[in-house]
Unconditional design. Structure first.
Length: 339
């Protein structure tokens, strides 16, 4: 209990049910928008924002999938192949025929389930390193991409272009899809018994095993759900881009991990923060838009994304109190933690 002379405590994000990650990334996003308006007004114009939001929505969906895997202490590096394969299937199989769009989507989801089961089996059952296992799957997926497409892009069907690239009451449909996936993932992970068990397994597989939870099943299922989200993002991306390439998913490897980390989800597993992940996707997309408006080369833009990832890791993983005590001048009294 604090005495009468102790200063009043500041209101914390936890008091309002807001995670540290969500609060941090919200403040960062607002600050970035203000900075963009001051230094590069064209990056926050109506046209620029409406053009950026659909791609931010795709990144948000990819990030939600990656978050589910990271919650289990893993990582899925097959993102590029998964997104690219979905893009190729829904553009090449219909070949601009709207009637073939639904069968093509079902095929894309079947491939996603197969890739997820393969990743889940290698990581959850065989105990392989997630980086090695998912990189192998990524190579297989890109083999399928080249086998189906031959490296030749095709035009998106009109129906998919209208659904994914259109707008409802002025809001890009891709944004509405991203919000829908956010609500779905949040309910599944935060509001169901299975979801709470899922987070418990990610926080401590050994403890989960001791309590009788099927931790391998949860770990494997994370990869399946992630692949379904990756495929959904790829289908949306194919509709947003009129003539997508066979390697459209390559840009989502680093960014998918970055939005998860910036959203506050630990790379060691445990709790995930879906809303913060989605906001982080908006932040990273606007950051890219801002840097692009400044005329910075692509290589520098990639370095900026890497720097954002490094900063996110530092914010959420470094023990700043221990670091300050380590470098504090000798003789200074240690600051006691507030109960």
């Amino acid at each position: 209990m604090a005495d009468a002379t102790s200063p009043p405590r500041l209101l914390t994000s936890a008091r309002f049910g807001i995670s540290k990650g969500l609060l941090t990334v919200l403040i960062s996003t607002v600050a970035l928008i203000v900075l963009s308006a001051l230094l590069a007004p064209s990056s926050v114009s109506q046209g620029a924002v409406l053009g950026m939001l659909p791609f931010a929505a795709v990144l948000a969906i990819v990030g939600l999938g990656q978050m589910l895997v990271v919650q289990q202490g893993g990582i899925d590096l097959s993102v590029p192949g998964s997104v690219s394969l979905a893009v190729v299937i829904v553009t090449h199989m219909p070949n601009e025929n709207d009637a073939m769009l639904l069968p093509a989507m079902l095929v894309a989801f079947a491939w996603a389930i197969g890739a997820g089961l393969l990743n889940g089996f290698m990581v959850g059952r065989l105990g392989l390193n997630p980086i090695i296992a998912t990189l192998g799957t990524n190579a297989l997926l890109f083999g399928a991409v080249l086998g189906i497409s031959g490296g030749i892009p095709r035009t998106t069907t009109n129906l998919l272009s209208e659904i994914a690239g259109g707008r409802t009451v002025g809001i890009p449909n891709a944004v509405l899809f991203a919000i829908g996936f956010l609500v779905l993932v949040t309910i599944m992970v935060k509001k169901t018994v299975v979801g709470r068990r899922f987070e418990a397994v990610g926080a401590s597989p050994a403890a989960a095993r001791a309590t009788g939870l099927r931790y391998r099943t949860h770990q494997g299922a994370a990869y399946v759900w992630a692949q379904l989200l990756f495929a959904s993002a790829g289908i949306l991306l194919a509709g947003i881009t009129n003539q997508p390439t066979a390697f459209q998913g390559n840009s989502y490897l680093l960014t998918s991990v970055a939005v998860v980390v910036l959203g506050g989800t630990s790379l060691l597993g445990g709790r995930g923060f879906p809303a913060a992940t989605v906001v982080a996707a908006l932040f990273l997309s606007q950051l890219d838009q801002f840097v692009l408006a400044l005329g910075v080369p692509f290589a520098v833009r990639t370095l900026v994304q890497a720097a954002a990832l490094a900063i996110g890791v530092a914010i959420y993983t470094v023990n700043w109190t221990a670091l300050r005590q380590r470098f504090a001048p000798r003789g200074e009294p240690a600051v006691a933690a507030t109960p």
